[in-house]
Design a protein around this ligand. Sequence first.
Ligand code: PDD
Length: 278
Amino acid sequence: MQEIAYLNDTFMPLDKASVPINDRGLLFADGIYEVIVSRQGRPFLLEEHLARLQRSAAAISLKLPISTDAISEIIQTGIKKAGFPESMIYLQITRGTEARRHNYSPDIRANLIMTFRARPEYASEKFSQGVAIISVPEIRWSRCDIKSTALLPNIMMKQKAVEQGCQEALFVSAEGSIRECTAANIFLVKNKTLYTPPANRHILNGITRSFILRQARAENLELIEKDYSFAELCRADEVFITSSTVDLMPVVKIDDITVGNGRPGPATQAVKAFFPIR
Ligand code: PDD
């Protein structure tokens, strides 16, 4: 097993990979990304991730350097080469390399970067006992649906959460609506109904979020996508967060408020069962 990188057209050991100083990803965070995990040697929900990559690229007028079919092949090869039981594939496409100037040339060629590492492990108590999160003001831009590498507000707030011993920070709008966490979507359960904020420009439409919604519909669970206030969130029976890296993690504390009875609940367990066993 080995951590590896893929840079434009070549696989190499991760610590040998570097990008040019004039890469616009480095200079301006002018790029988009995806985080994909593999299970049993195969990328999980790959088509959905590549479709979102295409949407993000179109939204910032970035021409992908190669087709998504070609990207898919590289991902499958990389997973095999790296050889981890479960890997985490980070895929970033930057606008390209050019002397620093805010606008870019029409013929600039995008750079493709990928890394293949072991999927991160989380302490099992986080899943069995749940985690705490904090609420923070929404300070991001108005296109959070684009999976952009410009993540400074997310980083500032995640760091704040971690420094307070919490797992995540939840962005709450000035009007009091819950949005999403710095790197995860949020769900709540009230009277056996599953709620999550709608997929609009205020949040990233998580691939894990969509997967859960599809499965929940297939199983005829009560499900509502709507804006929910922070006050209502605090009165929920159960809360959980979702992302490709964690699948689903129960939340039992928000700021100083205990969620439900302070333990992960039955609906959370039922949704967790949608995922293939790790
Ligand atoms: N982030 N919202 C935000 C802001 C995110 O950054 C992420 C994922 C999600 C969940 O999306 P998905 O289910 O497609 O992973 C929601 C990845 C994991 C990251 O930045 O590392």
